[in-house]
Design a protein around this ligand. Sequence first.
Ligand code: KG4
Ligand code: ZN
Length: 343
Amino acid sequence: MARDLVLSFETSCDETSVAVIENGNRILSNIVATQIKSHQRFGGVVPEVASRHHIEQITSCIGDALRGANVTYDELTSVAVTYGPGLVGALLIGVTAAKAIAWAHHLPLVPVNHLAGHIYAARLVEPIEFPAMALVVSGGHTELVYMPEENQFQIIGETRDDAAGEAYDKIGRVLGINYPAGKPVDELAHKGQDTFHFPRAMDADDNFDFSFSGLKSAFINTVHHADQIGEKLSHEDLAASFQQAVVDVLADKTKRALKEFPVKQLILAGGVAANQGLRDRLTKEIAGFSDTKLELVPLSLCGDNAAMIGAAGEMLYRHGVRGDATLNADPGLEFEWLVDEAK
Ligand code: KG4
Ligand code: ZN
């Protein structure tokens, strides 16, 4: 059987990444050039700085990805690229590079939704079995996605305000932790106890939506109030209390969703899927669902990377999804468009 080889691009935020994926599920190379250091002194991603870094990095990432995979342009089957959601200037660098290569080498171009990429990272470990559910938690998104079949995505719940990762980054700043704060807060949380009992917003509500801005404000107010009266609070307990509140809501809503939408697989994906507290909790909870298998995206593939875009790209290619020279970045790309995309 001929090898299917996707050259894939991811530049939606602060990682410039290019990968080569074989047959949709095998990573031949996955080059990730992170820009985190350049953004840290600003406390978050600066879009203009991100675009400039992507321009500087993209050409060498392409070369490294092809060399790393020991593959030439002639052997490629398709070119896949994240075209949204994300930062418009950052997305444009990947989209332009992918279009240029597709055009120059007469290859089909496959536009990929960034969130579909996060979810389909799971198939780099094991085939996805449908119907499946994904909890996608990242710096920009918190979504429960029901997937009746391959290439079908139905958002059944999402955040009404801050994304989970965004809340981690914002409360981290109050604790003096540099962006991105998720991992250090996770580590601190394991050394403390839930002593503050922060609010679990919408936990009891009869829907699958989330809200993290009230929790974030409660956290920040607690720390500021203590500062004003000269009281010293335990950062470990603060982190543990925050994390417990986030994990409680994510786990409770996911459990409720699984009861209403029974699935063969639950996929935990996105940057916040690297959270150890969340991984442990879902592992425990899923034991109560004997017909559902938990698929934890491996830590190395939770954050933004092009391998996941190649994994989704190969699937979309089989479903006939194509882009052309008019393909543009779509910073606010909605997920729903994918529901009936199999044309
Ligand atoms: O998916 P991702 O790399 O980029 C987006 O698409 O947003 O996610 C980045 C987010 C950041 O907010 C970061 O703080 C968070 O993932 N993150 C974590 C952990 N590792 C990364 N949040 C909680 N616990 C972690 N261990
Ligand atoms: Zn992401």
